[in-house]
Design a protein around this ligand. Structure first.
Ligand code: ADP
Ligand code: MG
Length: 240
C-alpha cells in the first residue's frame, strides 16, 4: 500500500487514428509535486485526465495508491482536480461552494462545516466564507476552487494550468500559495503548465512532454544543467 503514489505503465491514448499519448511510463512518489510541462498540444491535459480517470487509456495501466483508476468509481479514485476555468456556483457563498461536494456525498453538516473551516484557514479565506463569488477577486476565486479540492482530502491533487487566466502579478502570488499549500499538506500533486518559470519554481520533479512522449524527467536543476536533448534545452531555457 503506497498512499499517494501514482504509477503509469505503458500508457497510450488514441483518439480515432491519432496517438496522443505514446507509451508513457512514470512513477510519482507520495508527496511529490510533479509538473508536466511542454508546448501546447503535446498531451499534458490528456495525460492528467488519464490519471484522473476522466479518460480511459487505450493501452496500459494507471494506479493511484493500490487502486487501478480504470476499475474504481470516480469517487473512490482519491483525486481532486483544479481546472483553468474554475466555475463557482454564483448563488452560493464561499463556504457553500467549498462544501458542496461533501454535501452531495452525504456528509453530516457539522463535519462539512469543520472541514470547510479548516480548508479556509489554510487558504486564508476565513473572512470571506459568507461572500458570494461575484464579490471576490480572481485570485480569491481560484483559492475557493482549490478549497473545494482540499475539503475532500484527496491522495492526489491534479492542477491543469490553474493560473493561466490570471494576470502576471497574481500568477506569481498564486504560485507562492500553491508551493506553500504543497509544503503544508505534503500531498502528491501533479501540475500541468506550458510555463517554464512555473515549472522551474514549483516542481519537485519535472516531466518534459513532447508530442505524447516523455523527453526527460528530473529535478528542475538537473534538467537545467543536464538537458537530455535540444528539445529540453530549448524548453527549459538553458544555453548549451
Ligand atoms: P495540451 O494540454 O498539452 O495542450 P492536450 O492533451 O489537450 O494537449 O491535447 C493533445 C492532443 O490531443 C491535441 O492534438 C488535441 O487536439 C488532441 N485531443 C485532445 N482531446 C481530444 C479528444 N477528445 N478528441 C480528439 N483529439 C483530442
Ligand atoms: Mg491543456
Amino acid at each position: 500500500m503506497a498512499k499517494g503514489r501514482v504509477l503509469l505503465r505503458g500508457v497510450t491514448k488514441c483518439f480515432g487514428a491519432v496517438d496522443v499519448i505514446k507509451g508513457v511510463d512514470l512513477e510519482i512518489a507520495p508527496g511529490e509535486l510533479t509538473v508536466f510541462v511542454g508546448p501546447s498540444g503535446c498531451g499534458k491535459s490528456t495525460l492528467l485526465r488519464l490519471v484522473s480517470g476522466l479518460e480511459l487509456p487505450t493501452r496500459g495501466s494507471i494506479m493511484i495508491g493500490d487502486r487501478d483508476v480504470t476499475l474504481v468509481h470516480p469517487s473512490e479514485r482519491g483525486i481532486a482536480m483544479v481546472f483553468q476555468s474554475y466555475a463557482l456556483y454564483p448563488h452560493m457563498s464561499v463556504a457553500e461552494n467549498m462544501g458542496f461536494g461533501l454535501k452531495i456525498a452525504g456528509l453530516p453538516k457539522p463535519l462539512i462545516k469543520e472541514k470547510v473551516a479548516k480548508a479556509a484557514e489554510i487558504l486564508q479565506l476565513t473572512p470571506l466564507l459568507d461572500r458570494k463569488p461575484r464579490a471576490l477577486s480572481g485570485g480569491q476565486r481560484q483559492r475557493v476552487a482549490i478549497g473545494r479540492c482540499i475539503v475532500r482530502e484527496p491522495e492526489v491533487f491534479l492542477f491543469d494550468e490553474p493560473l493561466s487566466n490570471l494576470d502576471a502579478a497574481l500568477r506569481g502570488q498564486m504560485r507562492v500559495e500553491i508551493a506553500r499549500l504543497h509544503a503544508k499538506l505534503g500531498a502528491t500533486m501533479i501540475y500541468v503548465t506550458h510555463d517554464q518559470v512555473e515549472a522551474m519554481t514549483l516542481a519537485t520533479r519535472i516531466v518534459v512532454l513532447n508530442a505524447g512522449r516523455i523527453e526527460q524527467i528530473g529535478a528542475p536543476i538537473d534538467l537545467y544543467r543536464h538537458p537530455a536533448n535540444l528539445f529540453v534545452a530549448g524548453f527549459i531555457g538553458s544555453p548549451r
